[in-house]
Design a protein around this ligand. Structure first.
Ligand SMILES: *[C@@H]1O[C@H](CO)[C@@H](O)[C@H](O)[C@H]1NC(C)=O
Ligand SMILES: *[C@@H]1O[C@H](CO)[C@@H](O)[C@H](O)[C@H]1NC(C)=O
Ligand SMILES: *[C@@H]1O[C@H](CO)[C@@H](O)[C@H](O)[C@H]1NC(C)=O
Ligand SMILES: *[C@@H]1O[C@H](CO)[C@@H](O)[C@H](O)[C@H]1NC(C)=O
Ligand SMILES: *[C@@H]1O[C@H](CO)[C@@H](O)[C@H](O)[C@H]1NC(C)=O
Length: 200
C-alpha cells in the first residue's frame, strides 16, 4: 500500500511548539500543583461535562490523522488516527510552572482506532477506553484544524473507568482537499496535535 505524508506547516500555538514535558519543578520534586478540579475547558459549543464527571487527565496527543483516496477523482475519506499521548495536566492546570520543567516526559499511552468508528485510548495507568463520537463542532480555526469532539466511552470492551473524552485545542490534521494526483488506495497521513480532556 502506498503511503504519503503531509507534514503540514501548521502554525502551532506556542503551547504545542515543543514536545511536552512533565511540569515538575526540580526543587519541588514532583509536587508541583496540578489540581485539575478547578480547570475549565477552553470556550466551546460542545455539551459541557455534567457535574458528576471529574477531569482526571489532560493528555497532549501528537500523531497523524489518516485518510485514503479510493481513486484520484474521489474525495479523501477518514480511516482513523494514531497518536502518542503525553501528560499535560500540570502545564494546563498551572502554566506558570511550566517553565520550571526540566524532565522530558515519556508518553503515557496511545490513541488509535479499534475500527473505523471507534477511537480508542490505551493509557496503562487508566486502562483502555473505547469510545464513540457523540458530538462535534468546528475548531476555532476550521480551515487549519480538525474539529473538536465529545467522545463517550463504551462500557463494553473498555477496561477503564473513563466516561467521556473531549478532543480540544486541535492543530492540523485536516484532510487534503482532493485526491488529485494520488494513486488508487493511497493512504495520506496528516500530522496533528490535540488535547484530550479525560473524565471519569
Ligand atoms: C525527591 O523524591 C525522592 C524520591 O521520591 C526522594 O528520595 C527525595 O528525598 C526527594 N527529595 C526532596 C528534596 O524532597
Ligand atoms: C495511520 O498512519 C500511521 C502513521 O502515522 C500508521 O502507523 C498507521 O498504521 C496508519 N493507520 C491506518 C489505519 O492507516
Ligand atoms: C499526570 O501527571 C500528574 C502530575 O505529575 C500526575 O499526578 C498524574 O497521575 C499523571 N496522570 C497520568 C494519567 O499519568
Ligand atoms: C521551583 O519552584 C520554586 C518555588 O516556586 C522557585 O523559586 C524556583 O525557582 C523553581 N526552581 C526551578 C529550578 O525551576
Ligand atoms: C468486544 O471485543 C470482542 C473481541 O475483540 C469483539 O468480538 C466484540 O465484537 C466487541 N464488542 C463490542 C461491543 O465492541
Amino acid at each position: 500500500m502506498l503511503y504519503s505524508s503531509i507534514f503540514a506547516a501548521c502554525a502551532l500555538p506556542l503551547a504545542f511548539a515543543a514536545p511536552f514535558c512533565t511540569r515538575q519543578n526540580s526543587t519541588t520534586n514532583g509536587t508541583a500543583t496540578c489540581d485539575l478540579s478547578t480547570v475549565s475547558q477552553p470556550a466551546n459549543a460542545l455539551t459541557p461535562p455534567s457535574s458528576d464527571l471529574h477531569l482526571i487527565l489532560i493528555a497532549h496527543g501528537e500523531g497523524t490523522q489518516n485518510y485514503t483516496c479510493a481513486t484520484p477523482a474521489s474525495l479523501p475519506s477518514a480511516i482513523g488516527a494514531v497518536a502518542e499521548l503525553y501528560n499535560a495536566s500540570c502545564e494546563v492546570a498551572n502554566p506558570s510552572e511550566a517553565q520550571n520543567n526540566i524532565v522530558q516526559a515519556a508518553a503515557i499511552g496511545n490513541h488509535f482506532f479499534a475500527d473505523l468508528t471507534t477511537p480508542a485510548f490505551d493509557i496503562p495507568v487508566l486502562g483502555n477506553a473505547k469510545t464513540k463520537k457523540v458530538e462535534e463542532v468546528a475548531a476555532p480555526n476550521p480551515s487549519a484544524d480538525i474539529k473538536w469532539l465529545r467522545l463517550q466511552a463504551q462500557t463494553s470492551n473498555s477496561t477503564s473507568q473513563v466516561k467521556y473524552i473531549y478532543r480540544l485545542n486541535t492543530a492540523g490534521g485536516l484532510a487534503p482537499t482532493s485526491c488529485e494526483g494520488r494513486a488508487e488506495g493511497e493512504v495520506v497521513t496528516v500530522q496533528y496535535q490535540a488535547q484530550y480532556w479525560v473524565y471519569v
